[in-house]
Design a protein around this ligand. Structure first.
Ligand SMILES: CC1=C(CCC(=O)O)c2cc3nc(cc4[nH]c(cc5[nH]c(cc1n2)c(C)c5CCC(=O)O)c(CCC(=O)O)c4C)C(CCC(=O)O)=C3C
Ligand SMILES: [Fe+2]
Length: 384
């Protein structure tokens, strides 16, 4: 029997993810859920719908979350952490609100939340917190008890997130033809976001101006450098690297982070770079952005150029990532009990904050967001 670990004050863990369609009929309603805020041109939506139809209308993300759930449950059982794990999504079934309702029915009142997004940004952090706030308000309006929810800190620099990606890059280098391997460059990719959102990502102290990219860019650069350093230490070869972007959306006149991976591959080819490893450090699993934008579109672009490429693995359900989630959970539980646990982090940036401060990754139109410093619980609707 493993030694029992103390998860108190938490009585459950919620895996909170994006959600994705599970068949052709789900694609349009899923996209409607995602784009309820507006701001995405119809043409772009049609195009993204086609990406899903190319894969039978099935996003890989739900299956990947089921695997992660299994990995978390096995890890918790193996390491004596007696804590039920639930799963809910922002944009598709199982929906967050339904999962929270079930959790409350099952008696849970103090819930730790792990979001499948590792870095700071409106899309990757606050939007998850806004959806939590909405779900809690729905529970309250139904007369149900409102649980306390705590979002576990960003894990972009946690060793259990970074080390599997180092192995992934090493495996991709090994998969390249030997004559181009040592000359290969590394292209670390993440989701492009509007430069305005990047500049205001992170705590107000991290905000930048003029497209420098705030915490979102700083965190990705830090992970990229950590991985590149580890790869150099392992292979003895210095592979030049750059952070690039993918999956741009939005209206064309609004600036988003650049360069795009496809433009970058063109530039690399023109500069005589013999091969490129594409390492999607901004994604937790091989979901549609990885399967389509990298494995389909960027890979086709590279083939057209005659540029050898390999795409490295995301962490997915790697047991080291499951162990990292256990570590984050036990770390936060100890903090909530008044302790000062060790906060694991690699790279130049320290472990991220537990509680998002006021003004962290602001929305264009302010809305209530749970699990932050200014959250006081759902506010009852004012009588009409
Ligand atoms: C930073 C970031 C992450 C990483 C953090 C995280 O994981 O949360 C992420 C993840 C994901 N994004 C996903 C899907 C989509 N994102 C969209 C739209 C957008 N994403 C954005 C940013 C991000 N997105 C932004 C700024 C927009 C424009 C919205 C607007 O300006 O209002 C759209 C609409 C169509 C389009 O515009 O592309 C779709 C369909 C899926 C599911 C994939 C699957 O099904 O496997 C996942 C995991
Ligand atoms: Fe997205």
């Amino acid at each position: 029997m493993p030694e029992q670990r103390d998860p108190s004050p938490y009585d459950a863990l919620l895996l909170l993810s994006f959600g994705g369609p599970e068949g052709p009929d789900d694609v349009v309603p899923f996209l409607e859920n995602v784009t309820r805020g507006g701001g995405i041109p119809r043409e772009r939506l049609k195009e993204v719908g086609q990406h899903y139809f190319l894969f039978g209308g099935v996003s890989p993300i739900n299956a990947q979350n089921r695997e992660l759930l299994d990995a978390l449950r096995s890890d918790f059982a193996e390491y004596g952490l007696d804590l039920p794990v639930y799963w809910g999504n922002r944009n598709w079934a199982p929906y967050l609100t339904e999962t929270l309702r079930t959790m409350v029915h099952d008696g849970h009142r103090r819930i730790a939340v792990l979001a499948t997004s590792a870095c700071a940004s409106y899309s990757g952090c606050r939007q998850y917190r806004e959806n939590l706030a909405d779900a809690l308000a729905t529970l309250q309006s139904e007369g149900l008890p409102v649980p306390e929810v705590d979002k576990l800190r960003h894990y972009f620099n946690h060793p259990g997130f970074v080390r599997p990606m180092v192995d992934g890059v090493l495996a991709s280098l090994a998969a390249l033809p030997q004559d181009v391997r040592d000359g290969a460059h590394l292209a670390f990719t993440t989701h492009s976001i509007p430069t305005a959102a990047a500049d205001t990502s992170g705590t107000p102290g991290d905000h930048t101006r003029g497209g420098e990219g705030g915490a979102y860019v700083a965190q990705h650069l830090d992970v990229a450098r950590t991985i590149a350093d580890a790869v150099r230490a392992e292979t003895g070869v210095d592979h030049p690297w750059r952070l690039v972007y993918q999956s741009r959306s939005g209206a064309p006149h609004i600036p988003w982070l650049e360069p795009d991976i496809c433009d970058h591959l063109e530039e690399q080819h023109a500069a005589g770079v013999p091969a490129v490893v594409m390492a999607p450090i901004g994604f937790v699993s091989d979901h549609m952005e990885v399967k389509y934008d990298l494995d389909t579109e960027a890979t086709a672009k590279a083939a057209e150029l005659g540029l050898p490429v390999a795409r490295s693995a995301t962490v997915g359900a790697d047991p080291r990532f499951a162990a990292a989630v256990r570590d984050l959970l036990l770390e936060r539980a100890a903090t909530e009990r008044g302790g000062t646990p060790e906060r694991c982090a690699l790279g130049a940036l320290a472990a991220s904050h537990d509680l998002c401060p006021v003004g962290c990754c602001p929305a264009r139109a302010p809305r209530p967001a749970a699990a932050g410093a200014d959250w006081r619980g759902p506010v009852a609707e004012a009588p009409a």
